[in-house]
Ligand binder design. Structure first.
Ligand SMILES: C[S@@+](CC[C@H](N)C(=O)[O-])C[C@H]1O[C@@H](n2cnc3c(N)ncnc32)[C@H](O)[C@@H]1O
Length: 273
């Protein structure tokens, strides 16, 4: 396992992923009944942007740094919430840290909800356990995220969201996701699923999209592509698949969230279903 998310923390792909994650979790909070959030590839929960690894690539400069510096008076409500969570980690208004998916989720869930976080890298799992020590709402497991989908679905709460955000180091990652989703949808057909993936090899991505269409009709995919990043070796296009999207999610994304992010991050976007 060579992948270290700290190199990429706060880049444009992280920003889009976390804003959409917040929207999905907020939608789950609209119903009174409790829910569970399962983060299959959780990372460490908080990243220092001043660490030597970040110094090399400074990927956050193409992501969160643009939103942090954005002065416009009117921002979509979800963006305001997202930025407030990040600004709360920075009392002196400089950008030192970037939170991960578990941190954002913990800020949104209610006392009755639960979180299950899985991380396979032993050091990262340890760091994540330290971040949530003594927190009874959060269970951290040093385990494979796909196995976790077998172990923890269906949710006790009968409602929930699974975030699948792997590093795509392995050549069969898309197949692993498909296998896990096929199994999960049998056990928990009404669950919400969010999958982040890089768009680099169009043949592989097209095959994945075809397989998803056969698996379920209730889905949509958000594409987000930076206009000014043309280095073929760097990520400039990512996508997020949502299965069983919440009510009006597409409208919120199309009407305000994606136009704002596209503008601030100099990116084009599209939603396929
Ligand atoms: C893209 S990062 C996760 C970022 C995190 N979801 C966030 O948004 O802040 C992927 C993480 O998955 C971990 N990982 C890799 N393979 C895994 C597996 N099979 N199961 C669980 N975690 C895995 C990596 O160590 C890495 O921390």
């Amino acid at each position: 396992m060579n992948y270290r998310h700290v190199y990429h923390a706060g880049n444009f792909a992280d920003v889009v992923k976390h804003v959409i994650l917040i929207d999905l979790l907020e939608a789950l909070c609209k119903k009174e009944k409790p829910f569970c959030f399962l983060d299959t590839h959780a990372g460490v929960g908080m990243y220092s942007l001043r660490s030597p690894q970040v110094d090399k690539q400074q990927e956050y400069q193409n992501g969160i740094a643009h939103l942090f510096a954005d002065q416009r008076a009117k921002q979509p409500a979800i963006i305001e919430k997202y930025l407030a969570m990040i600004k709360n980690c920075h009392p002196d208004k400089s950008l030192y840290y970037y939170p991960g998916s578990p941190y954002f989720a913990k800020k949104i869930i209610r006392p009755m909800d639960k979180m299950i976080l899985c991380e396979l890298h032993p050091d990262d799992a340890e760091q994540l356990k330290t971040l949530f020590r003594c927190d009874e709402q959060v269970a951290v497991h040093h385990m494979d995220g796909y196995l976790a989908m077998k172990a923890f679905l269906p949710f006790h709460e009968k409602r929930g969201l699974v975030l699948i955000d792997p590093p795509f180091e392995k050549t069969d990652e898309f197949q692993q996701i498909l296998r896990a989703l096929t199994r999960a949808l049998k056990r928990c057909p009404s669950g919400k699923y969010m999958v982040w993936y890089p768009v680099k090899n169009s043949t592989v991505v097209d095959a994945f999209n075809c397989a998803i269409k056969k698996l379920t009709a209730a889905h949509m995919t958000i594409h987000f592509q930076r206009r000014d990043m043309t280095d073929a070796l760097k990520l400039n296009h990512c996508a997020i698949l949502i299965i069983n999207p919440p009510w009006k999610c597409r409208e919120r994304l199309e009407d305000s969230i994606l136009p704002y992010l596209g503008d601030v991050l100099n990116a084009s976007w599209a939603i396929d279903s």
